[in-house]
Design a protein around this ligand. Structure first.
Ligand code: SF4
Length: 456
């Protein structure tokens, strides 16, 4: 395994439906992969195809209902990939729980409904907690094709026998911020140049294509903010959580220009995307679905309130990616592994780096802004009430955006070399805290607010 960072930008920033990268986007990808694999089976097998069954295990089974896992895997099997998923599709599939769907297999066809997605044991012997097993069966129930998938976090999916794809070697080799800082100093490059060079080398994609896709991601973030602000009513699920983004936006419009107006708007932007995520709307993982509201809030504010140009925003976005890569490589960005510090904490650090960089600060300021934002999220657990990515997740996105803004303000006004804590130290602290954190505080809804709110 390559010891250096080889994560692609488009592995970190994925367009797809919320509310969870591991519980929604991952299972959707698994369903889509299964469909494509079945379509490659021989005609003799396909003409016997009758039904598709899915079994969910571990945390997919425990909190899958609240995360839209059932409808996401169904959509994937019906040929919808996360990036092609129209807004509102998962909601419409969930609204028809008894509907029979036809799976077009090319040379054959099969049927599936939501009742074919079963919830298996939470404790099991598969190598990953978030496991799903998909089967194509004939009319007598005989299995024609079966696959064991693992949703390993951040929307990444592996399967039994999976082998890591062969990637190109990064041009600039680094494992952490200390090494990245040395590259900046020795080669006289900016963070965005390093990330772009590596992306081209790792994926083989030309720069122009990468920049085009980055622009698409930024536009999708903006769209998710706009959609969220325009919607009102209750979020799906038993908690009856009222959407607040539109109300915050209206309140901001009534305030005079000043700090309260700006802060209220920033909160509205973060609520908007987080509420879209919670309702199964299309968002960008940044770095995960649960934390998808933090970066769009800062992107939207940079475009519409701070009047920062698109090029500077794109360069800041690449600096944010560096922070996400380093956190993923040296700790984790999955709530199931390190709690919410790895989701909202890392998102806040990325957003702080983006803003600091886009405002023209040197890379040392950018690193410090990321460090300050992450440091003040250390120890935060993952405790979504009843497994829905709503409480505390939505407000936590707004707090992450505000802390990101404040981190960039604090660091821009101080000597960057006087900063005592490095980003690498904060990430190491997050990894250790995550390792020691009890399982019940890691995406199982068995601890924290998930329990105390219900018990009180
Ligand atoms: S509490 Fe944090 S880590 Fe857990 S689901 Fe919500 S946003 Fe994700």
């Amino acid at each position: 395994m390559n010891p250096y960072i080889t994560t692609s930008l488009f592995d970190l920033f994925k367009i797809g439906p919320g509310p969870s990268s591991s519980h929604t986007i991952g299972p959707m990808k698994a369903g889509y992969h299964f469909l494509k694999e079945c379509m490659g089976l021989s005609r003799d097998i396909l003409v016997r195809a009758h039904r598709v069954h899915v079994r969910l295990f571990g945390s997919l089974s425990a909190t899958g209902a609240g995360h839209g896992t059932d409808v996401a895997v169904l959509a994937g099997i019906l040929g919808i990939s996360p990036e092609s998923c129209p807004p509102g599709l998962l909601e419409s599939l969930a609204a028809e729980p008894d509907r029979e769907h036809t799976v077009d297999l090319g040379e054959g066809r099969a049927f599936i409904g939501l009742k074919d997605v079963e919830h298996g044991p939470v404790i099991h012997d598969y190598p990953y907690s978030n496991t799903l097993v998909v089967e194509l069966v004939d009319q007598s129930g005989q299995v024609l094709h079966e696959k064991e998938y693992y949703s390993v976090g951040g929307g990444f999916v592996q399967w039994k026998g999976w082998e890591a794809p062969v990637l190109g070697e990064p041009v600039h080799k680094y494992r952490n911020m200390t090494e990245l800082r040395s590259i900046v100093r020795e080669k006289g490059l900016n963070l965005y140049e390093i990330i772009l060079d590596n992306e081209t080398a790792i994926t083989g994609c030309p720069r122009t294509k990468i920049i085009g896709e980055l622009n698409t991601i930024l536009d999708r973030m903006e769209e998710s903010v706009r959609r969220g602000i325009d919607r009102d009513g209750l979020l799906p699920g038993p908690l009856k959580v009222q959407r607040k983004a539109g109300m915050l936006w209206q309140r901001a419009s009534c305030l005079p220009d000043g700090p309260d107006r700006f802060l209220t708007k920033l909160n509205a932007y973060a609520f908007a995307t987080a509420e879209e995520n919670a309702s199964g709307g299309v968002i960008v993982t940044a770095p995960t679905c649960g934390a998808a509201g933090v970066m769009p809030a800062i992107v939207y504010a940079m475009r519409h309130d701070l009047f920062i140009g698109d090029r500077a925003i794109r360069e800041g976005f690449l600096a944010a990616a560096a922070v996400g890569f380093i956190a993923k490589h040296n700790a984790s960005i999955a709530g199931a592994e390190v709690g919410c510090q790895g989701e909202i904490g890392v998102a806040s650090a990325m957003a702080a780096a983006m803003l600091a960089d886009a405002r023209g600060n040197r890379s040392r300021y950018t690193e410090n802004a990321a460090e300050v934002a992450l440091e003040h999220h250390l120890g935060i657990t993952c405790d979504p009430v009843q497994g829905y990515v709503q409480i505390p997740c939505i407000e936590r996105n707004a707090m992450g955006a505000v802390k990101a803004y404040n981190a960039s303000v604090i660091t821009a006004g101080t000597d960057p070399y006087a900063q005592k804590v490095s980003l690498d130290a904060a990430i190491a602290a997050m990894a250790e805290t995550g390792r020691e954190m009890s399982c019940k505080f890691k995406e199982t809804s068995l601890g924290g607010l998930a329990v105390s709110m219900v018990a009180c």
